[in-house]
Structures are given as structure tokens and as C-alpha cells.
Design a protein around this ligand. Structure first.
Ligand code: GLU
Length: 418
């Protein structure tokens, strides 16, 4: 992807945004100092026996950013590019995300530097269990509750919950969320990130007087979040005109059936080549004549050069950190409404919170109950952020940071940390 700026460090971005929020809220500078670093950061390395009999040593991390509002909460990423600063930034965003939604949880994040696509199922299981053993002392239902993130899934959560339960000699399902339904998962969890994102898009459209019916939508990233968002937006009458993934993309200005994209990706590993579509790159997708763009993959994909070309009115960040700070400034100047990641993709952690509550209660809700509660919480959070955005004349991102930082700062103050 071409850009005139270097790929920014997500940790520096998060720290800068926190400083801005602390200043705008007139809080003491100590709030920014405390929130700029995780409270605890653990780096581990562990051996895994590969199928060919060799031993490989993997590096993993767990960042526990802030637990003033409740136990640390946040996913585990398996990706070749995982690094310490990325995991720290992602843990900061988790604290903010939980606070924007008003959840009684703090922020954490984990990662293992690996390429899961190159691992056999047995190697993946070994790696998942070994990672959990390495961090087992600092996690637990009352301490820190991991969940899925990029390239991790319910099966991996099941192995991890099982390993932690074995270490503790009793079933500890509340240690991790995003589990399969059979072992304490929640109805609605797997669709929650995409569903939550669609609720925020619906609310944003109402504010802009934009009809979702026939609105043209482009989805960058067709994993769990992107594919569910595409399906639900289509159900609301929107036209999905393009979708891309790490191997390429599919485009049809007349609209594509998301079911066909999902099916084709299941069979071939990519949406590229879906019948009835032409190929499109990620960069071309962002420049399309459309109303809504959903970036749903990784960080820093919307650069300054790309931001200049965007024609959409709304960007809903289903991914964490997809927009660089410079691109963000350009989008704001150009009047594009960006629904920031810590709001737009908070549906996942919200239903993770529901899953954790259900595990602690041992009493389970129907999918309808889960979805209704999710809708209520997403709409409330959207309106809180939108109110701040209109009152203070700041970007939606700054507004979301201000809502979150002010809640965390209050908790830290009351607890006597500041
Ligand atoms: N990994 C997801 C996120 O970035 C979900 C975290 C969770 O459910 O705890 O929000």
C-alpha cells in the first residue's frame, strides 16, 4: 500500500490520543502518565514440539493495562507481526473500549508471534496450551480474562480454558471468553463484533440522515467481524459493493450477496474470484464511490494518501487502529464521520462481558436476550460519544477517548491511585 508517511507505532498513537483527552478534560497530567503504560507487562517464551519432532521456541506477551474498573479483559492475537508495542497499544484500547461501553472491566491484551496458517491442528493446540501455562499465574476470572482476537477462535479458547482448568484442578470457564457454546460460551458471541458495529453504523446513518437502504458499503477484511457486518448490513437493505481480504478482493457496483462471499471464502480461502465480481485491491476499495467503509482487518491501513481519496461519508472501524493519526486528521477535515474502533468494535468485548457474567452465575441467556442487551449498550455508548462530539466540537475519536478517560480517571481517583 502506498503512503507518504511511515507506518506509525500504535502505542505512540494511543498515548498521544490519551494526552489530548486528558488536556481537553482538564484532568491532572498524572492521569495521562498512568494510562500511557500497562500496569503489568509479561513477556514469555516457550518451546513447542513440532510434528517433525523438532522443537521451536515461540515468543508471547500479555499486557495488563489498567484494572481500576474491574479485571483486565482482552483478546489474544496469533500473528507473525505481533510485537510488544502493538500488544501494549491493544491493551490500552481495551481499557478505553470497556470504559466507553460502561463495562466493569479493565483492559488487557495478549499475543503470540507465530503464523497459525503454517501450524498443524496439533501444533496449534500445543502452542495454545503452552502459552496459557506461561501466563497462568497472572490470569483468572477475577484477575484477567482473555478472549479471541486476530487468528484465534473458539476452539483455541476451548484448549486454553481446558489447560487453565487442569492447572487449577477445577472447571474455570470464567477465565476466558469466546468459548464454544458447549463449554460455557455465550449465544451471540461469535457475531457480536460485527453486530455491534452495525448498530453504531445504523445510529450514525440516522444522525447524518443517510438511509441504510441501498447505501453502498465496502468491507476491508473479511474475517469474523467483516463478514458478519456485511451479512447484517445486507439484511438492513444496504448494498455490499466490495469486500477484500489479505489475498485480494471482489467488486460489483450492483451489489454482492454476502452469503456468496462467505461461501466462496470458505471454499477457496479468499473472497477474490467470487462469481459475478471483478478483482479489486485493498487500496482501490478505499477509493470507491460508496457511502460506508468498514475496515475490519489490521492496524494502519488507512494512511494519509488513502484518506485523501476516500469518498465515503462514514467509516466504521471494526478493526483496532486501522486509521493513522495523519489520516484521521485528513478525514476529519474532509467531513468524514469516523466511528472509532473503541466504540465501533466494542460489541465483541460487550458480549464477552455477558459470557463472563453467565459463567459466574452458571445461568445462560438466549441469543435474543444477548442481542437485545448488546443493542441497548451499543446505542447508549454511541449516544454518549455523539453527545461529547457535538458538545465539545471534537472528532468522534477524541469524544470516545474523552468519555473513556474521564470514567477511568474517576475510578482511579476514587480508589486513591491519584
Ligand atoms: N479481541 C476483541 C477486541 O479487540 C475482543 C476482546 C474480548 O472479548 O475480550 O475487542
Amino acid at each position: 500500500m502506498t503512503s507518504t508517511e511511515a507506518s506509525p507505532n500504535p502505542l505512540l498513537n494511543a498515548q498521544q490520543e490519551i494526552h489530548k483527552a486528558v488536556q481537553a478534560l482538564n484532568l491532572e497530567p498524572a492521569v495521562a502518565a498512568v494510562l500511557s503504560e500497562p500496569q503489568i507487562f509479561l513477556e514469555v517464551s516457550f518451546p513447542v514440539k513440532m510434528d517433525d519432532g523438532s522443537i521451536r521456541v515461540f515468543k508471547g506477551y500479555r499486557s495488563q493495562h489498567n484494572n481500576s474498573l474491574g479485571p483486565y479483559k482482552g483478546g489474544i492475537r496469533f500473528h507473525p507481526e505481533v510485537n510488544a508495542d502493538e500488544v501494549k497499544a491493544l491493551s490500552i484500547w481495551m481499557s478505553l473500549k470497556c470504559a466507553v461501553l460502561g463495562l466493569p472491566l479493565g483492559g488487557g491484551k495478549g499475543g503470540v508471534k507465530c503464523n497459525p496458517k503454517e501450524l498443524s491442528p496439533r501444533e496449534l493446540e500445543e502452542l495454545s496450551r503452552a502459552y496459557i501455562r506461561s501466563i497462568s499465574q497472572i490470569i483468572g476470572p477475577e484477575k484477567d480474562v482473555p478472549a479471541p482476537d486476530v487468528y484465534t477462535n473458539p476452539q483455541i479458547m476451548a484448549w486454553m480454558a481446558d489447560e487453565f482448568s487442569k492447572i487449577n484442578n477445577y472447571n474455570t470457564f470464567g477465565v476466558i471468553t469466546g468459548k464454544p457454546l458447549e463449554i460455557g460460551g455465550s449465544a451471540g458471541r461469535s457475531e457480536a463484533t460485527g453486530r455491534g458495529c452495525v448498530f453504531t453504523i445504523r445510529e450514525a446513518c440516522a444522525k447524518l440522515n443517510l438511509s441504510l437502504k441501498n447505501a453502498k458499503v465496502a468491507i476491508q477484511g473479511f474475517g469474523n467481524a467483516g463478514s458478519v457486518a456485511a451479512k447484517l448490513l445486507h439484511q438492513l437493505g444496504a448494498k455490499i459493493i466490495a469486500a477484500t481480504d489479505s489475498s485480494g478482493g471482489a467488486y460489483n457496483p450492483e451489489g454482492i450477496d454476502p452469503g456468496a462471499l462467505i461461501e466462496f471464502k470458505k471454499q477457496t480461502g479468499s473472497v477474490k474470484g467470487t462469481p459475478g465480481t471483478t478483482n479489486i485491491t485493498n487500496e482501490e476499495l478505499f477509493a470507491l464511490d460508496c457511502d460506508i467503509i468498514v475496515p475490519a482487518a489490521l492496524e494502519n491501513v488507512i494512511t494519509d494518501a488513502i484518506a485523501e481519496k476516500i469518498k465515503a461519508k462514514i467509516i466504521a472501524e471494526a478493526a483496532n487502529g486501522p486509521t493513522t493519526p495523519e489520516a484521521d486528521r485528513i478525514l476529519q477535515e474532509r467531513g468524514v464521520l469516523v466511528i472509532p474502533d473503541i466504540l465501533a468494535n466494542a460489541g465483541g468485548v460487550t458480549v464477552s462481558y455477558f459470557e463472563w457474567v453467565q459463567n459466574l452465575y452458571g445461568y445462560y441467556w438466549t441469543e435474543e436476550e444477548v442481542n437485545n442487551r448488546l443493542e441497548e449498550m451499543m446505542v447508549r455508548a454511541f449516544n454518549n460519544v455523539y453527545q461529547m462530539y457535538s458538545d465539545k466540537n471534537v472528532s468522534m475519536r477524541q469524544a470516545a477517548y474523552m468519555v473513556a478517560v474521564s470514567r477511568i480517571a474517576k475510578a482511579m481517583k476514587i480508589r486513591g491511585w491519584l
